[in-house]
Design a protein around this ligand. Structure first.
Ligand code: PMP
Length: 402
């Protein structure tokens, strides 16, 4: 559908995202959807039960704008226990309607017209529009495969007089990179030297593999006072549709964030906040986080094997719930055409990572697959991917014909 001609100039460029296009194609062709990044399995019963109880208790009205006291307390306890940092639940935590809202609020709070935010590319697709809606610009620093490292000089050169913020994502979507302490040190040094606020998107903090250690940027020396960390219970408890996210950081940063949040959503769903408070209170006692990690490791391995059986080599993944497959040798001009082919001809939907670049031409030829899926979904995908080599061979033969 066409955008109405009255739309503001800054919105007109947004268009329909490739995520929407791929999901539409997946539905139209009955494809197994490994494109969109959300779990298709049930969330934990102890969280579901808590939500039912909260609804039965008639917790139906607005929560305090910055979040229910119980959820903020549970987040503070989690930070003290797992990251060794005492957080004041009243002044240093703000609950939002998901990580995406937190990112938007934080960027509006710290970026003005003409200002710049430095972000590693590829990046989650809301970063760029959030900067544009603030009247600012996103300055990309490109991560390079296979290990998705960055050039320290390129990062240093991205900081200038207009830089107001740095946007980090670790564990990283779509590459699966978990930033190391030495990389975080370099980033922190630049933030301090340029007196820049860090917005650290750590929504996949609980999904790490093979001993990779997630280190919150805020825990590095001198970073607490300038870092807002973004969390998402949607990722942690596999309930992305409940839209409960939060920010953790120094009081002054929260004052700025709350100034925006109050006029975006004002407050987040009360019963779901209460349910997530229960979730965070019970999770460590129930061994939930360890189980989540073990289950995701098995899902990752299952999808990796299915892709390998289809002739697709995957890059190493240390965190998040995405795998990147190398499609460079398959004869497609770009990742979008490969993903269209895979969805319509093979019946498995994937996402082209070029959507995560300011300039799509900079994207290496890869396809992103989400493994936050039930066993039967992954099995179905595996059965279809098994036909990929023969389909590619007949396609190649067809292309070579006069
Ligand atoms: N950041 C990243 C890197 C993500 O991948 C996502 C979800 N796909 C979000 C933020 C958004 O989180 P939420 O669902 O809590 O809005």
């Amino acid at each position: 559908m066409e955008m109405d001609g009255h739309a503001a100039a800054r919105v007109r460029g947004f268009g329909t995202s490739v995520f929407t296009e791929m999901s539409r194609l997946a539905v139209a062709h009955g494809a197994v959807n490994l494109g969109q990044g959300f779990p298709d399995f049930a969330g934990p019963d102890f969280v579901k039960e808590a939500a039912k109880q909260a609804i039965d208790a008639d917790l139906n009205q607005y929560a305090p704008s910055h979040g229910t006291p119980r959820l903020r307390r549970a987040i503070a306890e989690t930070w003290a226990r797992d990251y060794g940092h005492e957080v004041d639940p009243d002044r240093e935590i703000t609950v939002t309607s998901g990580g995406t809202e937190t990112i938007f609020d934080a960027i509006q709070a710290f970026l003005g017209p003409g200002d710049e935010v430095v972000a590693f590319e590829p990046f989650y697709d809301s970063y760029l529009p959030s900067a544009v809606l603030a009247g600012g610009a996103l300055r990309p620093v490109t991560l390079r495969p296979p290990d998705w490292s960055f050039d320290p000089d390129e990062l240093a050169a991205a900081f200038g007089p207009r830089t107001r913020a740095l946007l980090l994502n670790t564990p990283h979507n779509p590459t699966g990179k978990v930033f190391t302490r030495s990389e975080l040190d370099q980033i922190a040094r630049l933030c301090r030297a340029h007196d820049v606020v860090a917005i650290s998107d750590e929504v996949y903090e609980r999904i790490t593999f093979d001993g990779a250690e997630h280190i919150p940027l805020a825990t590095l020396p001198g970073m607490w006072e300038r870092t807002l960390t973004i969390g998402s219970t949607g990722k942690t408890f596999s309930m992305t549709g409940w839209k409960v996210g939060y920010a953790v950081g120094a009081a002054g940063l929260n004052v700025a964030l709350r100034a925006v949040h109050q006029f975006v959503t004002f407050a987040t769903s009360t019963p779901f906040q209460e349910a997530m408070a229960t979730g965070m209170e019970l999770a460590p006692r129930l061994g939930y986080y360890d189980r989540l990690r073990a289950e995701y490791t098995a899902r990752r391995d299952r999808l990796r094997d299915a892709l390998a059986a289809g002739g697709l080599r995957t890059l190493p993944v240390h965190g998040s719930y995405f795998l990147l497959a190398d499609i460079a040798e398959l004869g497609f001009p770009d990742d979008v055409s490969f993903c269209r082919f895979l969805t319509t001809e093979i019946g498995v939907a994937a996402i082209p990572p070029s959507a995560f670049y300011v300039d799509p031409a900079r994207a290496p030829l890869l396809a992103r697959f989400c493994f936050a899926k039930r066993d039967d979904t992954l099995q179905q995908a595996a059965a279809r991917l098994a036909h990929l080599p023969e389909r590619l061979a007949s396609r190649g033969a067809g292309a070579a014909a006069p």
